[in-house]
Design a protein around this ligand. Structure first.
Ligand SMILES: NC(=O)c1ccc[n+]([C@@H]2O[C@H](COP(=O)([O-])OP(=O)(O)OC[C@H]3O[C@@H](n4cnc5c(N)ncnc54)[C@H](OP(=O)(O)O)[C@@H]3O)[C@@H](O)[C@H]2O)c1
Length: 154
């Protein structure tokens, strides 16, 4: 089992890594399957983060990138509303359609959210809804800040 970059808003692994994993029979744990919380729709302002929250300076959560990325969340939320699912469940339900070798492990400190997130397996998305999710533009901004990005793949 390996883990690499993210879900719905970071699709680069699909071309670069997943084919090799499948050839070798290795499972995949997508990194931060809820986009560090953004894909849950609960984060609308970085001002709400405590000062020691690393997302406050992460490129995807700052400035114009953050506002552009909220548009991705809005579409996830709209599709969730159509099927009676929360945005978190919708993002996870999409991930669960990506193959039996893909095992998302969302992070949360709350039991109620574990229950909400695990219920994603029973959410059925239509072909049209999956196509809309597949067409979402990639996240604006690098996944990590400059220092962390420089340390990746070394
Ligand atoms: N990100 C990293 O650097 C890193 C490194 C090593 C391993 N991992 C592993 O990767 C997995 C997940 O990564 P992650 O925690 O960074 O990102 P994630 O799963 O994409 O998002 C987790 C965030 O989403 C929130 N959340 C979870 N479920 C929610 C829901 N239903 N509604 C609203 N908010 C919800 C959590 O807040 P609450 O906690 O307040 O619910 C938390 O802030 C974990 O297993 C983690 O241990 C991550």
């Amino acid at each position: 089992m390996t883990r690499s970059s993210t879900p719905l808003w970071t699709r680069d692994v699909e071309e670069m890594i997943l084919p090799l994993l499948r050839e070798l029979g290795i499972g995949f744990v997508p990194y931060s399957p809820l986009g560090h919380g953004l894909l849950t729709g609960q984060i609308r302002s970085v001002e709400d983060f405590p000062d020691d929250d690393w997302r406050k300076t992460n490129p995807r959560f700052t400035g114009e990138n953050f506002h552009r990325n909220l548009a991705i969340v809005d579409e996830v939320k709209a599709i969730g509303a159509e099927v009676g699912a929360t945005p978190a469940q919708t993002a996870l339900a999409w991930l669960l359609t990506r193959g039996n070798d893909t095992a998302p492990i969302p992070g949360t400190r709350r039991v109620t959210r574990v229950e909400e997130n695990t219920a994603a397996h029973s959410i059925e998305l239509t072909t049209d809804q999956l196509n809309r999710l597949n067409r979402l533009r990639p996240a604006a901004g690098e996944c990590h800040d400059e220092t962390n990005t420089a340390s990746i793949d070394r």
